[in-house]
Design a protein around this ligand. Structure first.
Ligand code: ATP
Length: 672
């Protein structure tokens, strides 16, 4: 018997939980994880070269977010560096005086000005540090907001197919880290600037004391810089590889706590099951963190050892210089302070550069996303589409979803005449919803054309195509908003249009639902929020129908009124009376000039459509009115037989021995 993978784990290193729940390792196998050490080194220079560009992006965002705060922070940091340098010069002067006047009566008076200057410089530095931190605290949320808005704005414009693409998803996820990183990058770059200025001052003092001391300070810094960069790169590679794992863990955590899964979690015992696998996945992440910690410690030890050797060499050299008379004792004292300050600066600088390096990598993703999202965005503008074409012509259209090998639509040709109810029927997975999505402009055909009268939609203005369409999908998204906001989606001018809202409610049979709500249209359809409620499946479909009506009967901001209504199983949750009414409503919409594309498995409903297209395995296999399909001879339209068989199968469910209708009491209680 084949061994169960979810008990044993898999050869690809995925945990049993990953195998069972997700069918494989939830890690991205980018080249970056195959030879981490090599890539950490090789990519170093590439990233270092990219840093200026990323800094420019961070500073541009900061400038856009709050230029006054940015200028304030920069000035405060420059001031702090100046104060630090001044303080060192004052210490040098004080030591000089101390050594020259040691034991003499005027020593204190001679030293006092320098000591006061050092104190004043330190005080000014402290005040400027407060100013800088106030400025960056003000700047951070604004930068984050600006970056978030920019990211969301771009993400909501990309093609739907790109949004489903795993590579783009990973980029989107890592760009979210980038948002957190932008303001940290700004802060760290300010810190680097300030430390560099301070180091320049310290270096200047050291150089003036003895030029050989300066290279030694650089030697102290170099190994730690290397260590910091390697660690940052390693951490980043790990985050990138484990991003999907993190998303999967978060998904499990969400599933455990959201209301839509609450019933199954309790009744089917899914809670304990998911919790177990959540823990297993967390353990896998822990192991990765432990690996990183060990590798980081090893790198740190190597860097610290090299840096320590440079430290020892520096102090040894100082001893040699003093003992050989090349350096005065006072100058040696200042050099000790300067080396210690310099080393502290180096530590600060390294921690900032380390952060900067790491943040820059994420900001790089944000930048890549901005470029990619722009390239994948639904193009703006294009040929004008007729507001109400006579027909939509689908010619030889094929379409395959990304990651699939078999086409979901295969050379489909059909005509959707305006003002008619056109039913798309066929087995599960036949391609009905896919065709509808192509007709709306959500996906583009891989080959073939979709024309509105003579205009090819491939080059048409997609905004116009969307503005001409209304969606009433099978899985109508349960927007967690007020009923008013849901029903007036895309119609901001009608939020307070009582007449339009009442008409929509009447059309959809929503009046009873509204009457039961204390807050009427302002009822929040989000259980779990204060005052929020939830609705039944059928009630949600009525809400969807009301929105469809309001959108169809009003014009958008561009003045267009939709004519194409895509109703994908719009009545699956309705009670029988509401279902009959819903199909009448679709007929009413068609009567008002709309084209209703009805996707349904209820063949009693499609029977009254003006035209029926039967799809099978992505191909159009039969077409005609209900009567034509029922009457078609097998040699004319062989596949019409499958429609006829399906229709009769459904009809039979009702045809067996119907009882006589019971007498119904009228309002006065007498029987009719
Ligand atoms: N987003 C997607 N990515 C990949 N494949 C998809 C996607 N959506 C649908 N498919 C696949 O395309 C084929 C057609 O699906 P489609 O949803 O169009 O069928 P349908 O006729 O509407 O089915 P149903 O009656 O079950 O709603 C199916 O094989 C389905 O698995």
């Amino acid at each position: 018997m084949k061994q169960s993978l979810h008990k044993a784990g898999a050869a690809d290193g995925s945990s049993p939980s990953e195998q069972l729940l997700f069918g494989g390792p939830m890690r991205y196998d980018g080249g970056f994880v195959r030879d981490e050490a090599a890539s950490a080194q090789a990519g170093l220079w590439t990233v270092v070269r990219q840093i200026p560009g990323m800094l420019r992006l961070a500073w541009r965002l900061a400038w856009r977010a709050d230029r006054a705060a940015l200028v304030g922070v920069v000035l405060a940091e420059v001031g702090r560096a100046g104060a630090a340098a001044l303080s060192l010069v004052a210490v040098n002067a004080a030591l000089g005086h101390l050594f020259s006047f040691a034991g003499e009566s005027g020593a204190l008076r001679a030293v006092l000005p320098a000591v006061l200057a050092a104190g004043a410089a330190a005080g000014a530095g402290a005040v400027l540090a407060v100013v800088s931190s106030w400025g960056s605290d003000r700047l951070s949320p604004r930068i984050q907001r600006t970056a978030t808005v920019a990211l969301l704005e771009r993400a909501q414009r990309v093609e739907m197919a790109s949004l489903e693409d795993p590579t783009f998803n990973r980029l989107l996820e890592s760009a979210r880290f980038g948002i957190q990183s932008v303001h940290r990058l700004t802060n760290e770059s300010v810190a680097v600037l300030s430390t560099l200025l301070s180091m320049a001052a310290t270096g200047g003092v050291l150089f003036s004391l003895s030029p050989v001391l300066l290279p030694l300070l650089v030697l102290i810094a170099a190994p730690r810089a290397w260590g910091a960069a390697v660690t940052a790169r390693r951490r980043r590679n790990s985050v990138m590889a484990w991003l999907q794992h993190m998303r999967a863990s978060q998904l499990i955590a969400q599933l455990l706590t959201q209301t839509s899964t609450a019933a199954e979690i309790r009744v089917h015992g899914v809670g304990a099951f998911l919790l177990h696998h959540f823990e297993q996945m967390a353990l896998a992440s822990d192991a990765e963190q432990a690996r990183l910690a060990a590798a980081g410690a090893r790198t740190k030890v190597a860097a610290a050892a090299a840096s320590g050797l440079a430290f020892v060499a520096t102090f040894g050299l100082l001893g040699v210089l003093v003992s050989t008379g090349h350096l005065a004792l006072a100058a040696a004292g200042t050099a000790v302070v300067a080396v210690r300050t310099g080393a502290a600066n180096v530590s600060g600088l390294l921690s900032s550069v380390n952060q900067l390096f790491e943040e820059a990598l994420y900001v790089g993703d944000l930048q890549t996303l901005a470029i990619e999202a722009e390239a994948l965005a639904i193009p703006a503008g294009g040929t004008d589409l007729p507001e109400r074409p006579d027909a939509i012509h689908v010619e030889d259209v094929s379409f395959t979803y990304a990651g699939r090998t078999t086409p979901s639509l295969d050379k489909v040709s059909l005509v959707v005449p305006t003002g008619k109810i056109v039913a798309l029927v066929g087995d599960n997975g036949a391609g009905k919803s896919t065709l509808a999505r192509l007709l709306c402009g959500l996906y583009r055909p891989d080959s073939g054309t979709i024309r509105w009268d003579g205009v090819d939609t491939a080059t048409a203005d997609r905004a116009q195509q969307f503005a001409s369409t209304v969606l009433l999908p099978q899985d109508f998204f349960r927007w967690p908003l007020t009923l008013r906001a849901i029903v007036t989606t895309g119609r901001p001018g009608h939020h307070d249009d009582a007449r339009a809202l009442t008409e929509a409610a009447e059309f959809a049979g929503m009046e009873a639902l509204l009457q039961k709500q204390d807050r009427g249209w302002d009822t929040l359809a989000a259980k779990g929020f204060e005052g929020g409620v939830d609705f039944s499946g059928g009630q949600w479909q009525r809400i969807g129908t009301a929105r469809t009506y309001l959108r169809t009967t009003t014009a958008g901001t561009d003045g267009r009124r939709p004519f194409l209504v895509v109703a994908d199983e719009p009545t699956s949750a309705l009670d029988p009376a509401a279902e009959v009414r819903a199909f009448d409503n679709l007929r009413r919409l068609a009567g008002q000039g709309a084209t209703v594309l009805l996707i349904t498995h209820r063949l009693a409903a499609s029977a009254s459509a003006d035209l029926i297209y039967v799809l099978k395995d992505g191909r159009l296999v039969a077409q005609g009115t209900h009567e034509e399909l029922m009457a078609a001879a097998d040699d004319e339209q062989p596949a019409a037989g499958s429609y006829r068989a399906a229709y009769l199968l459904q009809a039979q469910q009702y045809a067996t021995r119907l009882p006589d209708p019971r007498p119904v009491a009228d309002d006065q209680g007498s029987l009719r």
